[in-house]
Design a protein around this ligand. Structure first.
Ligand SMILES: CC(C)(COP(=O)(O)OP(=O)(O)OC[C@H]1O[C@@H](n2cnc3c(N)ncnc32)[C@H](O)[C@@H]1OP(=O)(O)O)[C@@H](O)C(=O)NCCC(=O)NCCS
Length: 148
């Protein structure tokens, strides 16, 4: 059974460790997660199994009645394709909506077909491409979802 809950401080080192595997081009350290986590405009959620092993995580920056930014979303490889990312995205989108966010924004590597497929399935559309956003030769697609 997959359980979804708000992240806590004990999850942060695991996020940092998973980032190295899932986002080798832009991992966050545990310190960066701690800083983000302690800021009230940020919200992190996690999917865990019954033994509290982390299966996936997501975070959003929602500073009020403006656009919210997706900070991260990742699912461990063995648990992909089960709807976990979709559920995590729904939780952070609901939280951003409750903060008054007008839209959701994100940057995704242009060759990340799985993530682009995820966002398109949720209704996101592509605004433009930012060259070298994740480093030299690593372009990002900027995607947006209007919130009603
Ligand atoms: C992208 C990622 C988060 C998707 O997680 P997931 O739990 O497997 O996704 P879900 O099972 O919730 O899939 C939801 C939808 O996303 C799309 N999707 C998921 N994987 C896909 C793939 N490999 N190719 C194309 N579309 C895909 C589908 O539309 C899917 O809906 P469907 O199953 O009804 O067809 C996961 O592959 C991952 O962690 N990748 C590495 C980290 C990363 O790149 N994060 C995004 C950074 S911007």
């Amino acid at each position: 059974m997959t359980i979804y809950r708000e992240a806590n401080a004990f999850d942060l080192p695991v996020f940092a460790s998973l980032d190295k595997e899932l986002f080798p081009y832009s991992p966050w350290s545990a310190t960066q997660y701690k800083e983000e986590f302690s800021t009230p405009t940020r919200h992190f959620v996690v999917a865990v199994d019954e033994e509290q092993n982390i299966l996936g995580y997501a975070g959003v920056f929602a500073p009020g009645a403006v656009e919210a930014d997706i900070l991260t979303v990742g699912v461990v490889p063995e648990h992909r394709g089960k709807g976990i990312a979709k559920a995590l995205m729904s939780l952070i989108t609901d939280w951003a909506t409750a903060q008054g966010s007008t839209a959701m924004m994100l940057e995704v590597k242009v060759d990340n077909a799985a993530a682009i497929g995820l966002y398109q399935s949720l209704g996101y559309s592509t605004l433009n491409v930012r060259k070298d956003y994740f480093g030299a030769g690593l372009d990002a697609q900027v995607m947006r979802l209007e919130l009603s």
